[in-house]
Design a protein around this ligand. Structure first.
Ligand code: AVI
Length: 322
């Protein structure tokens, strides 16, 4: 970094981009992948054969639909289904179909950071399930938690699918689960997806597809900085690089500068120097085993009630209670 005039940040995006790119080593948060283009790229990722996570969770929901629905309604048949990071709802629609066809007494509240994604979801739900009462809400997981808090008195079934928890470090995941736990009542459930450890090559392939979709997704954070903050990143000067540590179960994504160069970001009034092969760490996608899931749950004050798994044991959905 060469300039250091005082800039007043007006958004969290500006502040975090400045902090991340002037730090050593450099980093940017994966939450900034998701603008309209990033949402579309993530949809494409979920359709890639290499990205097994979506299909595996879909299979679990499809093979255990009735059992899961009964679990949601056990004790108190009336509940609110709150989904954190709902996306296009493709997997959840399996449950919604069963719940609505069998006259379960529930409301569906999809929560997502992207208003664009929510608009699409709401439209498709109106068409496919006109009888389901839908209350979409835009916001981050943490804003969503406040929403959950205001729901006391209604039984809540909280869905957190897609191994979205894997984008958090263990410490952050525990904090998040603890926050959820504190807002849960005894009858509430947390239905949560975890991508499990497996052949390391399978994991690397999922984050390093030959078609370059994941690379474009990773680089989209730079494209966003260009569009929204007046940056002049040349995306071709960066490589998408994925590593997976089979011991810790952590997959990490990087952008690696192929040459010495300087990038300016007008809105932040800053110049960022890159050395040849210097990295920007952009995402972690944690993989789990049973011991780690049990540890996270215990640290957060949650109990594992039951679990569902696909035939290859690639992916698991756990049902947690406080
Ligand atoms: C949203 N999240 C769980 C995805 C993952 O697997 O970490 C995001 C993703 N990054 C690259 N491919 C998919």
């Amino acid at each position: 970094m060469q300039k250091s005039t005082k800039v007043i940040f007006t958004t969290q995006f500006e502040e975090e981009v400045h902090a991340g790119l002037t730090d050593f080593p450099k980093h940017l948060s994966s939450k900034y992948f998701y603008d309209e283009k990033g949402d579309k790229l993530f949809q494409d990722i979920m359709h890639m054969p290499e990205y097994y996570l979506t299909q595996k969770e879909y299979d679990i929901l499809l093979n255990h639909t009735a059992e899961i629905a009964e679990l949601f309604a056990s004790g108190n048949p009336k509940f609110k289904l709150i989904e954190l990071g709902a996306g296009d709802g493709k997997k959840t629609k399996i449950l919604l179909k069963h719940l609505s066809e069998n006259n379960f007494d529930f409301k569906y509240q999809p929560i997502d950071i992207s208003q664009n994604v929510l608009n699409g979801l709401e439209k498709s739900l109106q068409k496919e399930f006109p009888n389901v009462s839908v209350e979409p809400q835009q916001g981050t997981y943490f804003e969503a938690l406040e929403e959950i808090n205001s729901e006391n008195g209604t039984k809540k079934v909280i869905l957190f699918l897609g191994s979205n928890i894997g984008n958090l470090l263990h410490e952050q995941a525990i904090d998040f689960l603890k926050n959820v736990q504190e807002l849960m009542q005894d009858e509430d459930l947390l239905f949560i997806g975890f991508d499990m450890k497996k052949n390391p090559q399978t994991i690397l392939d999922a984050y390093n597809d030959q078609t370059g979709i994941t690379a474009a997704f990773n680089k989209n954070v730079l494209a966003r900085i260009n569009h929204e903050l007046g940056g002049n990143f040349d995306l071709d000067k960066f490589l998408h690089w994925e590593v997976y540590d089979p011991e810790t179960g952590t997959a990490k994504s990087y952008l690696v500068s192929k040459e010495d160069h300087t990038v300016s970001i007008d809105r932040l009034d800053v110049l960022i120097d890159f050395k040849e092969w210097e990295t920007i760490h952009t995402e972690i996608s944690q993989k789990y085993d049973d011991t780690v899931v049990a540890w996270l749950a215990e640290e957060a004050g949650l109990k594992i009630e039951t679990e569902f798994c696909d035939t290859e044991k690639f992916y698991k959905n756990f049902v947690l209670r406080k």
